[in-house]
Design a protein around this ligand. Structure first.
Ligand SMILES: [Zn+2]
Length: 375
């Protein structure tokens, strides 16, 4: 159901009765009159867009074709995930697809933690980053295995601020590769399934119990992992850092605002976390809208769509555009839509065009130093 609803009042934080409500809506109307008009749903396919978080894991044209049809450039991110192909295969696939369509397909490399701490490991990783950069990689991904599952020779968890990782990060910076960091998980990961705020998290952690931290009280807490990431950024203040999945602060935009204020070189992508944003805008629509406007230079649109060897291309062709259009409907228009993961109708944010252009394209081009004819 996609009912068109023009949003008249915020979803929360309205107090003081009718008079102050009237004053508030007048000042909101004045504020909005100075903004560029929002896009319409029909603008979706014609506006240039960039999905800064997908995973092209096999050399299949389905997702690149969909990107072409829907006006997207893509950043395909390699990741040291057990659910993904071997890292050398991921790299070969990404480089080949990017070579086929260099104006549309971009990619981020990563490195294996196998052999961590040995001199050979460091040599292999630094050489691998340089080779990937020469093949066209525009970033390097550090996955959640660091901090959650990887252990050193003594059985201790390897944290992101481990001194052995420092030369790797320095090398990435010297190559001009931003670091995409996925540390931690959604806050829901530390809650029992029945207390999670979205059905999508509930499904994911039911299927991936080894990553459902509520089941593993001996593993680092949510706060431990956030503190680890923040310590890491404190020691690398000049690093261009992209916090994947809203920097794992998806449940609290005020906390995310604090993170972005504290680390001015950091940006975040929105991949796989739209329902968490929607959950907050259901409570306070204007607050979430104001967050996007304030941090319009620091947010990158991303979907986290993944195309694996077993992915059904027919179903993918149906589902992927629906996700892109749903996200556009929410961010760019005022239209309301049913969000299954929240079991609620969610009004769109109707962000100004300038903000949408940045979140949907210009920020990614800037952060990943991708040249082109601009958004
Ligand atoms: Zn991802």
């Amino acid at each position: 159901m996609n009912v068109i609803v023009r949003v008249a009042v915020s979803g929360g934080a309205v107090s003081g009765g009718a008079v102050s409500g009237e004053v508030e809506s007048r000042s909101r109307a004045a504020r909005r009159s100075s903004e560029s008009a929002p896009y319409e749903l029909s603008d979706f396919s014609r506006v240039r867009k960039f999905d800064a978080h997908v995973h092209l894991n096999v050399e299949d044209p389905t997702l690149p074709d969909l990107a072409r049809e829907n006006g997207f450039e893509l950043l395909s991110i390699n990741a040291d995930s057990p659910d993904f192909p071997d890292l050398l295969d991921q790299r070969a696939v990404a480089a080949a697809l990017a070579k086929d369509d260099p104006a549309r397909i971009h990619w981020a490399t990563t490195f294996s933690m196998m052999g961590f701490g040995t001199r050979r490991w460091l040599g292999r990783v630094t050489a691998g980053l340089a080779e990937a950069k020469a093949e066209g990689a525009c970033a390097v991904k550090v996955w959640k295995n660091i901090g959650m599952t990887e252990r050193d020779a003594d059985g201790r968890l390897i944290l992101l601020d481990h001194p052995v990782l420092e030369p790797v990060i320095d090398h990435a910076r010297s190559l001009g590769l931003p670091v995409i960091g996925h540390q931690g998980e959604p806050h829901n990961c530390w809650l029992p399934l029945e207390h999670m705020t979205t059905d999508s998290d509930r499904r994911y952690f039911e299927r991936h119990p080894h990553f459902h931290m509520h089941r593993w009280p001996d593993r680092p807490s949510y706060e431990d992992l956030i503190a680890m990431r923040d310590r890491f950024l404190t020691t690398h203040p000049r690093l261009q850092f992209v916090g994947a999945h809203m920097g794992s602060l998806e449940h609290d935009i005020d906390r995310l605002a604090g993170f972005l204020d504290r680390f001015p070189r950091a940006v975040v992508d929105l991949a796989s976390r739209m329902s968490h944003v929607q959950c907050q805008s259901l409570r306070d629509h204007e607050h979430v809208r104001a967050f996007f406007i304030r941090y319009q230079d620091r947010l990158l649109y991303g979907s986290d769509m993944t195309f694996n060897a077993h992915t059904d291309p027919v179903r993918f062709r149906r589902v992927a555009p629906a996700i892109w259009v749903s996200d556009w409907r929410y961010l760019a228009t005022a239209e309301s839509q049913r969000v299954g993961s929240l079991r609620a109708d969610v009004p769109g944010l109707a962000l100004p065009r300038d903000v949408i252009d940045k979140v949907y394209c210009r920020n990614a081009l800037r952060v990943y130093a991708i040249s082109g004819d601009g958004c």
